[in-house]
Design a protein around this ligand. Sequence first.
Ligand code: 1HE
Length: 257
Amino acid sequence: MKPDDIYFEMQGAIAVVRLNRPAKRNALGDAMVLALRNLFETLPPEAKAAVLYGAGNHFCAGLDLGELTERDAGQGLQHSRMWHSALDRLQFGTVPVVAALHGAVVGGGLELASACHIRVADDTTFYALPEGSRGIFVGGGGSVRIPKLIGVARMTDMMLTGRVYSAVEGGRIGLAQYLVAEGAAFDKAFELAKRIAQNAPLTNYAIMHALPRIAEQSADHGLFTEALMSSIAQSAPEAKARVKAFLAGKAAKVKKN
Ligand code: 1HE
């Protein structure tokens, strides 16, 4: 990996992370996956949200197939677990991550995007899981995260038939929450990240860490976890100050679009 294959900078409170290997369509080699893991583990405390995007014409072509050499089963297992730990650090890290998507979002690139909290896609985006045709299987958490976005049936179809979803179709089935014009994904993602950065940190933490876990629990356990989390969030001084500001007419109302 070249030192700047994963490029990172702070822009105010926003951590901006760029997959920066456009000549190889941002294909992720092991060193890049480890660099992402390290980055999301060690974001500076001033970071309140992050934007992840890709340099060049594509977000990410997935696993660097050039590194897929003669791994035995044990090594393959460790390789997949490395991806899991890296994408877990992103999903369950310190700040919400907004992915700005364009061009190819395929294979491990879709696995990476699905670990982000919000996906903004531009018109050029397309989604695929070519693992089926390469004789392999998803290994970066895709089988856990992608069905939560689009359902097992659609993912099965993508893998069995090589189906490619367009940007518009991807928005409709839940691969991205926002669809914007070509070239506008980064700006929209950055705008959303700035909005997210204004939330109370404990609320963002609850949304990132409690919500997906509650969704996995039985209704009874989920309701109990929700009660614990909401009681902790509302007891924070920041929550009290924000509610008081609203009651005093000093905070923004919810506005119809
Ligand atoms: C790569 C990779 C890659 C491009 N690994 N080198 N992912 C895939 O099966 C997708 C494979 N890639 C593609 O289908 C296409 O490259 C794209 C649709 C993404 C882009 O097409 P295009 O025409 O813009 O670029 P290109 O000419 O195909 O590729 C440009 C260069 O990038 C070329 O190298 P060059 O040295 O000949 O210039 C390609 O070989 C190289 N390249 N994609 C390595 N993926 C945790 S498990 C996850 C499992 C997976 O992700 S499997 C799916 C892998």
